[in-house]
Write a protein that binds this ligand. Structure first.
Ligand code: GCO
Length: 255
């Protein structure tokens, strides 16, 4: 059974993995044997994250590019091709947050969130899938969704719209790519202790709401998502497609 979860010999690209959930997923997949390609926009941050993983004896390399910039994504995959890097597992994790009431929201702010949190998953997914299909040995795509893929919270409309889109993009990927033995699924984190949520964590009212609203009674930790990522990245999930697994303390399952 352990072999079912073994990622040895496989290469995983994790977008937005220099910190937070992405870095925790990188650690998890490395621990399961994968070679992880760390991504972020800034080379220095990518290099630092790769160094941390390598210091633990893990197999890691970096690729700094902006996932929302199609030309940069295409160039990054061309560089993978030239250097023999074959992406077997893609985790579309990169995301930004922008909290403001819709009536005050500028179109540019809306667009920036959609570009990074949804369109980027399409662009990177398309480039990865083209190569998985051409290689003929299948692949795994994991899109990071959210509680707001199912239920909205006020003041995060672009993020919510994007994460709702991620849910259906995941199903579209399954619809088109399952026949090539590509499994595309999502992970829906609950409220997790990450840098993106610092303002919320430090807000006593919001902190109390999170703790009272989910049956676990606490925030989640980034490393609590790694096991689900390894499962969806491994042969253990070869007949699972188009699904979202919520890692939320039970939040969405209870009134
Ligand atoms: C917010 C938070 C959420 C969480 C997460 C919940 O402002 O409500 O940033 O979006 O990060 O997505 O699943």
């Amino acid at each position: 059974m352990a072999g079912l979860f073994d990622l040895t010999g496989r290469t995983a690209l994790i977008t937005g993995s220099v910190r937070g959930i992405g870095f925790s997923l990188a650690e998890g997949l490395c621990a399961a044997g994968a070679t992880v390609v760390v991504n972020g926009r800034k080379q220095a941050a990518v290099d630092e994250a790769v160094g941390k993983l390598q210091a633990k004896g893990y197999k890691a390399r970096g690729a700094a590019f902006d996932v929302a910039d199609e030309a940069a994504v295409v160039a990054a995959f061309d560089a993978f091709d030239k250097s023999g890097v074959e992406i077997d597992i893609l985790i579309n994790n990169a995301g930004i947050q922008f909290r403001k009431p819709m009536v005050e929201l500028e179109l540019a702010d809306w667009q920036r969130v959609l570009d990074t949190n949804l369109t980027a998953a399409f662009i990177v997914g398309r480039e990865a899938a083209k190569r998985m299909i051409a290689r003929g040995r299948g692949g795994k795509i994991i899109n990071i969704a959210s509680l707001v893929s199912e239920a909205a919270r006020a003041t995060v409309a672009p993020y919510t719209a994007a994460k709702g889109g991620i849910k259906m993009l995941t199903r579209s990927m399954a619809a088109e790519w399952a026949k090539f033995n590509i499994q595309a699924n999502s992970i829906g984190p609950g409220y997790i202790l990450t840098e993106m949520n610092t303002a919320l964590i430090e807000n006593p009212e919001f902190d109390a709401w999170v703790k009272s609203s989910n049956p676990a009674g606490r925030w989640g930790k980034p490393d609590e998502l790694a096991g689900t990522a390894v499962y969806l990245a491994s042969d253990a999930s070869n007949y699972v497609n188009g699904q979202i697994i919520y890692v939320d303390g039970g939040w969405l399952s209870v009134l």
